[in-house]
Design a binder for this molecule. Structure first.
Ligand code: NBX
Length: 828
């Protein structure tokens, strides 16, 4: 007799009583502790398990519905997901934050204390990784069938400490207590092949076939992280891959009796997913990095094809049922890997496979900077991925044929377009592979996309203009407003209701009240309370005391020359000198936060000099509350959510033409900070949205930067005409801030005087003038409040939900599939 089909899904209650029951049970059954003796961490784990049971129910319902409805799915391939803490986010998106708070209180535990115990999941460097996390959250919130794929790094972004001024990196052992949010899938393992060689099999009629033989194999094992939508039942999935040694691999040496070698090799093959490379703006030319890229791409594509076939579709339907988004070029080897899987493993013809691959992939570019563009030496690629090198040659051959046909005799153009760069010792240009293998290529802000078309991808744009689209970045209001800024969320709710939580454009309903005195007062009170909250955290972390009644001026982002932390620092030094000289300057707190890539000496020097200046300024009794300077240590997602709501001013001062978009600019403006910014990245669109009155724009435009460079910049001549700036540079280079070792910053002085590659000196006068405009407005509390309220009201466009809809409509061709209440087995 056939076993009865098991279709029942549990249906756990989401009220206080039901949650309390689940949490108490989990302490015993999952954590294995007596509730009488459970520690705070035990309660945290128990709470997490109670939530994850509820998430998995909805995950299964979501999956059933997607299967029943034959939906098209999007897969987001990203080396990085900068997620932050998961407990509060999951409680909030599951709609059980308040019942859980009460349930915990009934059990004698304070929820806020518990939330603070969790480590950030920092599987990313900065904007690119955070964007990936926001996109997944929005896909679930809007009900899109969208899945993330990435790497389960054992060690995420390093923890930053200052000893005492310079950055020291400590490993981020985020999994040390285990991780209640992940579902290990020991049944989902794929073999990943490296090295070896390719054997050709000639067939008298038909195409030559290839097999990839020998070499090494490692397994990719899946770990699933359910991703809940806000205010919906949809729960999607993020699948992260961890490297595991194969059994066979061990056996080879076991048989030879070399036990120690076998175990050592096992450990070595598992290093593939060990650590995130902490570089945010340079290509990493390391073999291990290439192996990481291929490892997660191959596992993801094998998994995607498995699912596609298991759902009963044939491979010709791939582009109708599957869209794959490449988050930068890090997963671009996917173009060659999909060809290998289709041609070598599924025996499709080359031309059919190519048509399917190109219609399936799309590629997002996040940078124009040459040093960040990935290229791999042909020799390395040939050794690590010999079959892929052959496939890339074939793709390039077919592509260049097309170009020859279109531009006969234009050899320069061929060399410029080729996937192989023949100039620099033969390298594979991953961006070219991504463009050739995709049906859409997008930049992340209007200016960035325009510059892509005019510079980096000019030749490709001329060839295929229809392939290029813009999708301006956005941020999730769930984390960056509802969670980070409960006080403003509450105020908005009282004034305009809560519709904006689902449709951020509705913040516009606030506009008519911008000059309402009651609202202005309430708004300023919220900001002050958030500043007190930050001041407490800063005291705890640094010992520095901040006055919440002065302007909080914030620059938080990775440390990079082009982002120009030095421009802000020169301003601090200038103000400090003028205060000491008895001048009356507008008071401010300047707060920096951000990490430097461990190998980026100039960025680390910038951190050091900021810390040194801060130490002198903060301890000078002549200064008092008129100037404080703080470098907030170990800036990460969880600290960002305290800093951002407390900012009065947002520093977005990159050299124009260098910041692809920025997303911190959006988070800060959404929380009511006014931007001091250049016409770079999404700042331009922010200005267009909020209006000139709510933003302080300054400095050279991208065109002027190019022009300035062409004319031969002359920082010394500028310094000669600006005594305040010259004095600030002198103070730094003379060792004023480095009493122990006055020689330390001579190099920085020379750099500013003679190189100044990002035009800090050239933009300084315009910058300080913009800061003064901000000071003047800040002094008029009514005018400031009005501008800041309008700023919030007009930020709706920068919701990640709009971004995701743009991708869905212009690139993926997918539609939302909200999980219907009637199908939820009765679950609320
Ligand atoms: O991506 C950033 C850009 O710099 C921002 O302007 C943009 O807003 C953001 C999202 O589109 N890029 C970025 O964060 N890059 C990296 O983190 C990165 C990581 C690894 C790597 C190169 C760059 N090898």
């Amino acid at each position: 007799m056939a076993a009865p089909e098991v279709t029942h899904l549990p249906n756990l209650p989401n009220d206080v009583e039901g949650l309390r029951q689940s949490i108490r049970d989990a302490v015993v059954r999952v954590v294995g502790e007596d509730p009488r003796q459970a520690t705070e961490r035990d309660w945290m784990e128990a709470l997490a398990f109670a939530i994850r049971e509820r998430m998995v129910e909805r995950r299964l319902l979501t999956r059933r519905q997607f299967a029943d409805e034959d939906v098209k799915r999007v897969y987001y391939l990203s080396m990085e997901y900068l997620i932050g803490r998961m407990l509060e986010a999951n409680l909030r998106n599951m709609g059980i934050l308040e019942p859980a708070r009460q349930a915990m209180a009934d059990l004698g535990v304070n929820l806020d204390t518990i939330l603070d115990l969790e480590d950030d999941a920092a599987l990313g460097n900065g904007g690119l990784g955070r964007l990936a996390a926001c996109i997944l959250e929005s896909l679930a919130t809007q009900g899109y069938p969208g899945y993330g794929y990435g790497i389960r790094y054992e060690f995420g972004m390093f923890r930053q400490e200052f000893e005492p001024y310079h950055q020291v990196e400590h490993p981020d052992n985020w999994l040390r207590y285990g991780n209640p949010w992940e579902f290990p899938r020991s049944d989902r393992k794929y073999p990943i092949h490296f090295y070896g060689h390719v054997v050709e099999h000639h067939h008298p009629r038909g195409e030559t076939r290839y097999t990839w033989e020998n070499g090494e194999e490692v397994l990719a094992m899946a770990y699933d992280y359910p991703t809940a939508g806000y205010g919906r039942r949809n729960v999607n999935n993020l699948r992260l891959w961890a490297a595991k040694a194969t059994r066979d691999f061990d056996l080879r040496y076991f048989n030879e009796g070399d036990y120690i070698r076998a175990v050592a090799d096992k450990a070595e093959s598992e290093t593939i997913s060990m650590v995130l490379y902490p570089n945010d703006a340079t290509a990493i030319g390391k073999e291990l990095r290439l192996k990481q890229e291929y490892f997660f791409v191959s596992a993801s594509l094998q998994d995607i094809l498995d699912r596609h076939l298991a759902l009963g579709y044939n491979l010709d339907a791939l582009p109708d049922k599957v869209a794959i988004q490449l988050n930068d070029t890090h997963p671009a080897i996917a173009v060659a890997e999909l060809m290998r899987l289709l041609v070598d493993c599924h025996e499709l013809s080359w031309d059919r496979a190519w048509d399917l691959a190109r219609r399936t992939f799309a590629y997002t570019n996040h940078t124009l900077m040459p040093e960040a563009l990935e290229t791999w030496p042909v020799e390395l690629m040939e050794r690590v991925l010999p079959r892929h090198m052959g496939i890339i040659y074939q793709i390039n051959h077919d592509f260049l044929e097309q170009v020859r046909h279109r531009y006969p005799g234009d050899n320069d153009r061929l060399a410029r377009l080729s996937i192989i760069d023949e100039q620099n010792g033969r390298r594979v240009r991953m961006a070219h592979l991504a463009v050739v293998g995709s049906h859409r290529v997008n930049g992340v802000a209007a200016l960035h996309t325009q510059l892509l078309q005019e510079t980096l991808f000019e030749d490709f744009y001329n060839l295929w203009p229809e392939r290029f689209v813009n999708v301006t970045n956005g941020v999730t209001p769930r984390l960056w407003m509802i969670q980070a800024n409960p006080a403003l969320t509450e105020l908005l709710g009282q004034r305009i209701g809560n519709d904006w939580q689902y449709d951020l454009d509705r913040l516009r309903a606030l506009e008519p009240y911008a000059h309402d005195a009651d609202l202005q007062k309430a708004f300023l009170d919220v900001k002050r309370a958030n500043k007190v909250r930050l001041a407490n955290l800063v005291r705890e972390r640094t010992g520095v005391e901040l006055n919440p009644d002065v302007m909080f001026d914030v620059q938080i982002k990775r440390i990079h020359e082009y982002k120009r932390q030095l421009l802000k620092l020169l301003h601090v030094v200038d103000l400090y000198r003028r205060i000491r000289a008895g001048e009356d300057v507008a008071p401010r707190v300047v707060l920096f936060g951000g990490k430097a890539a461990p190998g980026y000496a100039r960025a680390k020097g910038i951190i050091q000099v900021i810390n040194e200046v801060a130490d002198i300024v903060n301890h000078d009794p002549a200064v008092g509350d008129r100037l404080k300077c703080v470098f907030f240590p170990n800036y990460e997602v969880s600290s960002a959510s305290i800093i951002i709501p407390a900012a009065d001013v947002s520093e977005q001062i990159s050299t124009a033409g260098f910041e692809a978009s920025g997303t911190g600019n959006m988070k800060l403006a959404l929380n009511g900070a006014l931007t001091i910014g250049t016409l770079d990245g999404a700042n331009i669109e922010i200005r267009d949205a909020v209006g000139e009155e709510s933003i302080f724009i300054f400095g050279m435009t991208a065109d002027e930067v190019v022009e300035h460079r062409r004319n031969g910049p002359n920082p010394e001549a500028i310094l000669a005409q600006q005594p305040n700036l010259a004095a600030a540079v002198e103070m730094i280079e003379s060792g004023f801030f480095t009493c122990d070792d006055p020689g330390t910053h001579g190099d920085l002085g020379r750099y500013l005087r003679h190189e100044d590659p990002f035009f800090v000196i050239a933009d300084y006068a315009a910058y300080t003038e913009a800061c003064e405009r901000a000071d003047t407005l800040y002094a008029d509390r009514t005018a400031w409040a009005e501008a800041a309220i309008l700023n919030v009201a007009r930020m709706g466009y920068f919701s990640i939900d709009r971004t995701v809809r743009d991708y869905a409509n212009q690139i993926w061709d997918i539609i939302p599939e909200p999980v219907a209440p009637s199908r939820t087995n009765g679950a609320a």
